[in-house]
Design a protein around this ligand. Structure first.
Ligand code: HEC
Length: 115
């Protein structure tokens, strides 16, 4: 069991190293901006995604990842439509494969750079 944990830790370290190459801004614009606005400050169209910059972008990363992938917010509340539960879906460039946590982390890092 101990070895398994070590192996998993190493695997996730390797993944987070490769995450540096992910383009969080592009991932955000392709998959989220239609509802959350071009720079994550909230959508203007009918399907109004809330502002993420300065709000969800300040949550701890695992809480943000849970919200995006599983649709549960920082208070444990289920997020309503139209917010997709992304683990049942796929980012545009990923052709049907569910998003990885590292991709969500790249979006999170991008949102934290927006002023
Ligand atoms: C089709 C529209 C739509 C798309 C696309 C979308 N969202 Fe959302 N999102 C919403 C709506 C609407 C809510 C509010 C749901 C609620 O409050 O119950 C929401 C809520 C959220 C929340 C919780 C915000 C809070 O303060 O509670 C996060 C985080 C989030 N979205 C991130 C993302 C990310 C990251 C992407 C892209 C990978 C994305 N969303 C794509 C519509 C969308």
């Amino acid at each position: 069991m101990k070895y398994l944990i070590v192996a998993c830790t190493l695997a996730s370290l390797a993944l987070s190293a490769s995450a540096a190459e992910l383009n969080g801004k592009a991932l955000f614009q392709e998959n989220c901006a239609s509802c959350h606005g071009d720079t994550g400050k909230g959508g203007k169209l009918e399907i109004k995604g809330p502002r993420l910059v300065g709000d969800a972008s300040t949550w701890k990363l695992p809480v943000f990842q849970r919200a995006v992938l599983e649709g549960i917010d920082d208070n444990g509340r289920a997020l309503e439509a139209a917010m997709p539960h992304w683990k049942n879906s796929s980012f545009k460039a990923d052709a049907g494969v569910a998003p990885r946590k590292e991709e969500v982390a790249a979006i999170y890092r991008y949102l934290r750079t927006v002023k």
